[in-house]
Design a protein around this ligand. Sequence first.
Ligand SMILES: Cc1cc2nc3c(=O)[nH]c(=O)nc-3n(C[C@H](O)[C@H](O)[C@H](O)COP(=O)(O)OP(=O)(O)OC[C@H]3O[C@@H](n4cnc5c(N)ncnc54)[C@H](O)[C@@H]3O)c2cc1C
Length: 253
Amino acid sequence: MSTATPSVKVEPRRGPKYRFFDTEVTKISDVTATVKLFDLRVPEVENFEFVAGQFVQLDLPIASKVTRRSYSIATPPDGTNTFQLCIGIVPHGLGTKYLWEEVREGSILKCSTPLGHFVLPDKIEKELAFISTGVGIAPFRSILQKGFADGSLNNTQISLFFGNRYKKDILYFDEWEAMAAEHKNFHYFPVLSREDHYHGPKGYVHAHYMKFLEDKRPATFYLCGWRLMLDHARQHLTEMGYDRNDVKIELYD
Ligand SMILES: Cc1cc2nc3c(=O)[nH]c(=O)nc-3n(C[C@H](O)[C@H](O)[C@H](O)COP(=O)(O)OP(=O)(O)OC[C@H]3O[C@@H](n4cnc5c(N)ncnc54)[C@H](O)[C@@H]3O)c2cc1C
């Protein structure tokens, strides 16, 4: 008798197949003063299937009208039932307070089927520019790791503009330099706004992608993070002459 458990089928929209799984927290790592990584496992299935760039919702027992909070999956799909979330604490936020204070390794969280359309198309026809700050890096880590592992990004020019205040805030710090060293088509811009004595790109991300793409060559932009950064980026890209269809957005608030 087969003991195989079924896979989760990717269900991009809420619908009849949208459901929650009891999901075990297998590891919690403190990576900065305000960000933790949560490694999760869905025991009910062998393969938690999703598309790189998608997010899940956690249904948290919090005293809020809306109890679901969305989190991008930070790891690539790998045929297993495990994945990682990269979560930043929000001052006075109900969900993150619960995750910080109540959730431990071994805790069970209610986690949804994967959702969202912040994914790459099957056929990539233009250069890609990824723009994020802070925890907004999560979907890009999934997309980049998947694309370099299976070779689907090997022939595309890709730039990553990653904004933070200080060097110590750069999530997955070692991975980006290594990725850039290994893949000549990957251009990494760690932009820091408050670090003294820093020889890399300084200030906010905007000046840097505007300079890198100043010839306004064909490109598709993927923006992920909080509203203020995304609004500014959208405005700059429009002023540069890029079409709104060239700008894909994952808004966190
Ligand atoms: C598609 C999607 C993917 C997401 N992925 C991630 C992710 O990978 N990692 C992650 O950490 N978060 C992610 N978020 C944000 C996450 O869903 C929650 O909004 C966040 O964790 C705050 O929840 P909370 O319950 O602690 O705060 P709440 O109690 O919901 O919020 C408190 C108040 O603070 C505001 N607020 C929330 N965050 C900020 C902020 N950073 N700066 C200023 N004001 C803020 C809210 O709008 C609200 O008014 C994502 C959101 C979406 C929609």
